[in-house]
Design a protein around this ligand. Structure first.
Ligand SMILES: *Cc1c(COP(=O)(O)O)cnc(C)c1O
Length: 236
């Protein structure tokens, strides 16, 4: 039986070198791209080896699962940086905001305004990315690109919560090459939102196990990788 630690370590090293190679191919510094290890559905026994290997950016989809794991891992000496990457219902925002470093998936003005209010009472409010639906799939959360631009002023007026960039998901089951137009669209959307608001928006959160290399070539600064890190293990 292969050792769990060895397997996770090898997978992590593999993903890290693929990130570095994709960055170099695009003429970028590997350090410009941050790996968020998506640990959803995996128990903390599988997360600890990643933390021990220095992987401190961890992403979860569901607020309750994030709360539980943050609690279970709270005794560790390392300072874990939690990322919420899935839909946040407004009634879970108050409890989630103090636990996370970055919320990738802010998908409405209502949620953004609520987080902006909550930020006023937090010593270290989380940063947020605005989720855009660049694939046109109905099932996906996020602003349609046109709607995001229409609400640009209202978005920019939320000045207490740091809005650091944009996030998107490519279509389900798409390959690297099929995903690329959605990534290019997000980058273009950032340019237009910058032009309208003057916000810097340094972060582009895009790319998952099946398409992170294309995302990096298109400018991703945050890649959200789950299944490639847990390859070779039984499904959780
Ligand atoms: C699950 C998930 C990921 C990671 O997907 P993998 O294909 O397992 O790498 C990234 N982003 C979001 C929003 C997810 O829900």
């Amino acid at each position: 039986m292969i050792d769990l630690h060895d397997r996770l370590r090898a997978n992590l090293d593999g993903v890290r070198s693929r990130i570095a190679e994709a960055a170099r191919r695009a003429g970028r510094e590997p350090g410009e791209v941050r790996l968020v290890a998506v640990t959803k559905k995996n128990p903390v026994e599988r997360i600890r080896p990643l933390i021990e290997a220095g992987q401190l950016d961890l992403g979860e989809n569901f607020p309750q699962e994030l709360w539980r794991k943050a609690e279970e891992l709270s005794g560790r000496p390392e300072r874990i940086r939690w990322h919420l990457i899935g839909h946040l219902q407004t009634n879970k925002a108050r409890r989630t905001a103090p636990l996370v470093r970055l919320i990738h998936s802010v998908d409405s003005l209502k949620l953004l305004r609520l987080l902006d209010d909550l930020a006023a009472d937090l010593p270290e409010p989380p940063a947020v990315c605005l989720q855009a639906n660049c694939s046109g799939e109905q099932a996906k959360h996020g602003w349609a690109p046109g709607a995001l631009l229409e609400e640009a002023e209202a978005i920019a007026s939320c000045s207490r919560i740091p809005i650091v960039g944009l996030m998107t998901m490519a279509g389900f089951g798409t390959t690297d090459e099929e995903a690329r137009p959605a990534f290019a669209l997000l980058r273009d959307l950032r340019e237009r939102l910058r032009a309208r608001t003057g916000m810097a928006l340094p972060e582009l959160s895009m790319g998952m196990s099946g398409d992170f290399e294309a995302a990096i070539e298109e400018g991703a600064t945050l890649v959200r990788v789950g299944s490639a890190l847990f390859e070779g293990l039984d499904s959780p």
